[in-house]
Design a protein around this ligand. Structure first.
Ligand code: ATP
Length: 238
């Protein structure tokens, strides 16, 4: 389980996250939702050590420290917003980059087989340059690259961004399958309906604060939308 306690982070002198405490339980899908600028991506960046933070981050009860590379070795893996695949490299070369952590290098062939099993289209296109893929295929490649790192927790930042509804459905079909296979997932998603349909836990962020943290099956959608759209005042900080 990944746990954050009173996390604060921001950019230079500007603080964005205000005392965020939440958990990503093992084998479950935890979704972070919220409007533009809420701080969702900043949260993932802080978790991955890409920006400095205050507060504690624990993996299976042990404090996580070090630079991004150490965190990846510990099992934190992010699939970034906007895919960020290496366009001038082939699909398979991009996947090979995911196998770089020391702890999973030896299993590279097995993991590649698993990724191709999950994403047959990537197998068909394995020699093709990543820059020639469609948005949906590039999203699958970014997720496949993350899986090549054998994540203890896979942090996926807005996989639906810019994709046609039919492709979003396909991508979320894969996310559901990963969940059913026991992969621990942290998901940022702006589409509340999709997030609710797939998540075990929902955390709503607005202006760098957590406004609501609940099991997904106990959420009242109208209340959620009122908070999301700021039609209802945020509850006082506890
Ligand atoms: P979106 O869905 O639009 O990505 P978000 O909830 O992920 O929104 P963040 O991208 O984390 O929000 O942004 C939170 C705040 O931090 C915003 O006010 C944004 O302008 C600011 N911010 C984000 N990246 C930087 C940066 N590199 N430098 C300075 N400020 C930044």
């Amino acid at each position: 389980m990944l746990e954050l306690r009173s996390l604060r982070a921001g950019y230079g002198r500007i603080n964005v996250l205000w005392d965020i405490s939440l958990a990503f339980p093992k084998g479950e899908l935890t979704a972070i939702i919220g409007p533009n600028g809420a701080g969702k991506t900043t949260l993932f960046r802080a978790l991955m050590g890409l920006i400095p933070h205050q507060g504690e981050i624990l993996l299976d009860g042990k404090p996580l420290k070090g630079r991004t590379w150490d965190l990846i070795e510990a099992g934190l893996v992010m699939v970034p917003e906007g895919r960020m695949v290496f366009k001038d490299m082939s699909v398979e070369e991009n996947l090979a980059l995911g196998a770089y952590p020391r702890r999973c290098r030896a299993d590279r062939a097995r993991n590649l087989g698993r990724v191709y099993d999950l994403f047959p289209r990537l197998k068909e296109r394995r020699a093709q340059l990543a820059g020639s893929l469609s948005g949906g295929e590039a999203q699958m490649l970014a997720m496949g690259r993350g899986l090549m790192s054998e994540p203890a927790i896979l942090l996926i930042d807005e996989p639906s961004l810019g994709l046609a509804p039919v492709i979003v459905k396909e991508v979320f079909g894969i996310i559901r399958r990963l969940k059913s296979e026991g992969v621990t997932i942290g998901l940022i998603e702006q589409n509340t309906h999709i997030a609710l349909s797939v998540a075990d836990h929902i955390h709503l962020m607005r202006s760098g604060k957590l406004l609501l943290s609940r099991p997904a099956d106990t959420i009242d959608l109208d209340h959620l939308h009122d908070l999301y759209l700021a039609r209802e005042a945020a509850p006082p900080a506890s």
